[in-house]
Design a protein around this ligand. Structure first.
Ligand code: PLP
Length: 355
């Protein structure tokens, strides 16, 4: 604390990301990164980018990237907003589309950056509890405060539970919630969930966010985007151009475009994660773990006889790191990122010794 801090800074509670250990040789299953490398075409594009041009600012509108994203989704560039990771996109979404008089709504158990942004931007929010089985109930959102809200946001599939809502449920929500923006954070959509991007031409209050950090294996590049009605996108551009008008650097542009154009590679490594996930859940079942059905590149699991924090600590001694949240309702669960088959086999061997 310093007397020079602003009142805003004194009141902040920053987001705490999962650990990025400096040690190598760890099996790192704590932050939902891909165990596979990114598309070789993305690496090649970055390597062959015109580095002489680095003395110049990048394109402030990231037009080539927006075009590549629009093409993949069958949309137009004015329906696409891009940022340095979807966290930056979300920051602009909170300020630009979710800051209203009525409180915004999101689940009690969800991505913990949402309350952090609310705190930063002074946005009122109310949590809607997940059902007992950690599923999201659309009706609870529609009924809250007689249907008056400043906006609704949740990940689909949700994090850290991994549970997904069907597209039909999302459609039902949109059909009945027309007066505020609904943001579907699809950070994990490529691991087996139907995307709501297919609905953006039908609903002018739907915004869908994606990231290249998880399924594209490019967490280090920092690229994410939002898809929605051109008027929503224009609102985000206004915030962006009041904050940092050159968000995507030239190397990230080159890599992101090539990665997005390589949908075959995306499908291949996403399917590998889905296959490993099924096998991992089976092995955990055999050890007595209870695992929530997952549509993400992680699983959320607990053991009825063993304390989750202790399991996490024991795994760490064996050089495997997983994520434990000291939060109500989920402090007996562990979130474990799907690694390679080999990493998951080592995880199971370690857990066999622990439980
Ligand atoms: C990982 C994640 C993000 C942010 O990813 P970026 O790396 O900033 O693109 C956003 N939402 C959820 C739910 C996530 O898990």
């Amino acid at each position: 604390m310093s007397r020079f801090w602003s009142k805003t800074v004194k009141g902040l509670t920053p987001y705490v990301p999962g650990e990025q250990p400096k040690l190598t040789q760890l099996i790192k299953l704590n932050t939902n990164e891909s165990p596979y490398g990114p598309s070789p075409k993305a690496i090649a594009a970055i390597a062959s980018a015109n580095t002489d041009a680095l003395r110049l600012y990048p394109d402030p509108n990231s037009d080539a990237l927006k075009q590549a994203i629009a093409k993949v989704h069958g949309l137009t560039s004015n329906q696409i907003f891009v940022g340095n990771g979807s966290d930056e996109v979300l920051a602009h979404v909170f300020l630009g589309l979710l800051k209203h008089d009525a409180p915004i709504l999101f689940p009690d158990i969800t991505y913990s950056f949402y309350p952090v942004y609310c705190n930063l931007y002074d946005i009122a929010f109310e949590n809607i509890p997940l059902n007992e089985d950690f599923s999201i109930s659309i009706n609870a959102y529609l009924e809250k405060n007689n249907g008056k809200n400043g906006g609704i946001i949740f990940p689909n599939p949700n994090a850290p539970t991994g549970r997904a809502l069907s597209l039909k449920n999302i459609k039902d929500l949109l059909d009945q919630n027309k007066d505020s923006v609904v943001v579907i954070d699809e950070a994990y959509v490529d691991f087996g969930t139907e995307s709501a991007v297919s609905l953006v031409n039908q609903y002018d209050n739907l915004l869908v966010t994606h990231t290249l950090s998880k399924s594209y294996a490019l967490a280090g590049l920092r690229v994410g985007y939002a898809v929605g009605h051109p008027d929503l996108i224009e609102g985000l551009e206004r915030v962006k151009n009041s904050f940092n008008s050159y968000p995507i650097d030239k190397l990230a542009m080159a890599g992101a475009i090539a990665a997005i154009e390589d949908q075959d590679y995306l499908k291949k490594i996403s399917q590998a994660v889905i296959d490993t996930r099924a096998q991992l859940i089976k092995s955990l079942d055999q050890l007595g773990f209870e695992t929530i059905s997952s549509s993400a590149n992680f699983i959320f699991t607990k053991h009825p006889q063993h304390d989750a924090a202790k399991i996490a600590a024991s795994l760490r001694e064996k050089h495997i790191i997983v994520r434990h949240f000291k939060m109500p309702r989920v402090d007996q669960h562990l979130r474990i990122t799907i690694g390679t088959d080999e990493q998951c086999a080592k995880l199971i061997a370690a857990l066999q010794e622990i439980v």
